[in-house]
Ligand binder design. Sequence first.
Ligand code: NG6
Ligand code: CA
Length: 507
Amino acid sequence: MRNILLLFLAAAAFIAIGPTSREQQVDRPNVIYIYADDLGYGDLSCYGATKIHTPNIDGLAASGIRFTNGHSTSATCTPSRYALMTGKYPWRKKGTGILPGDAALIIPTDKTTLPNLFKKAGYKTAIVGKWHLGLGYAVAKDWNGEVKPGPNEVGFDYSFIFPATADRVPTVFLENHNVVAQDVNDPIAVDYAKKVGNDPTGKEHPELLKLKSSPGQGHDQTIVNGIGRIGYMSGGKMARWVDEELSSTFLAKAEDFIQHNQKQPFFLYYALTEPHVPRMPATRFKGKSGLGLRGDAILQLDWTVGEIVKQLKYLGLEKNTMIIFTSDNGPVLDDGYQDEAVTKLNGHTPAGPLRGGKYSALEGGTRLPFIIKWPKMIKPKVSDALVSQIDILASFSSLLKQPIPAGDATDSQNLIDTFLGRSNKGRSVYVEQGGALSIVKEGWKFITPNKGAAYDSLVGIETGNATEPQLYNLNEDIGEKHNLANKYPQRVKELAGLLQQMTTGKK
Ligand code: NG6
Ligand code: CA
């Protein structure tokens, strides 16, 4: 009887998943989206860096497509990630700026998101790494119970994250809904307005710091692992991360997920923290680059990518796994800590030929390394098409044949042929968000006039702000050196009008 039952179950399983699933496995790649944090256009040797060598990421570029005009939507983290997840421009929605570590979730749980699109297509989905899109329903929440909604509610089957940035409290990991290694006898409290508990702060006790904060930038509240953070926390002594172990912890979790899901299509959103501040790589990388801790963190990032590729090869998954490698915003040297990024720069140019960097409306803010490798389908090449992370959602909707309901992901364009190298046509119109909004149309870029300072002296970056209109011909002037607004007033008018129409719906 038992044998008959087993036979019946096996037959039923074959009918249910047999041929279709095999076909799907051939068609459908595993997808690993590797997101660096604050990595600039000029930070990799495959993008022209000569003072630092990144052989593993160069390897992705050599066997895949290296985009020279690939973008995030924004020059900071939260909005870029919001766009990637939702397929909507972040500037359309209030509250999508850089979030504190105790913010509520800003991604809708009832709309199409990148992970739930994959899930609908039968993929196993996971996020490992930095989240920075808020958790729970409100700022006030209990970090000692289940913290939700969060990544699991927006489409990730599995999540292993830290909540915000490496420089913000709480400095803990969450695995699905719970803080890892929490202790009922040492509950965690978090506050961004006032001090909680008795932990020393960087402001009161600078002598306890192993990494000094930069004057005038903050990062001098609760000290964790010898580093002053933004925000106050108490408790959770066992749960607090050690910065030097962040990267290897995420790597181990990513490898576990790949290992466990090797027999079915999976989507892994692997959001690394390098080279965001505080740059505190594993001890074995310290001093290795000669460019200070920022360079060392980039070497750690490159090594990590190499480990993932190695694992895919070992499991026989390399051929049918698509790796997308990019960054959430442009580079910054002094982002709050005196870590020698400035003093040991040694001629390295983190933004390459671009002007500006993180926070900036200039190209350095959103034009980033952007590489896609999928050995089975993609032939190596360099593509100059204008592509954005916001287009990943609609492009996978097309590849996986999962239609997007009306009203969702409305800013995302299907560029799957461009992402797979079958076409060189990118977007014709694109909006970039630095402090000010810019619009690019067919290689011409207009930056909205505004009153902000032209130079942010705290971080040492040109912001792109100017009271007069700016117009650049990016096809000939990638470094935005020649403002052509006076020469082409008609073009300025056209682009300003188009941007206004896109942002306000009015002509
Ligand atoms: C800024 C922080 C900076 C960094 C950034 C977020 C100050 C003065 N600076 O506000 O250190 O944390 O936010 O970076 O607080 S991002 O890559 O996540 O957008
Ligand atoms: Ca970032």
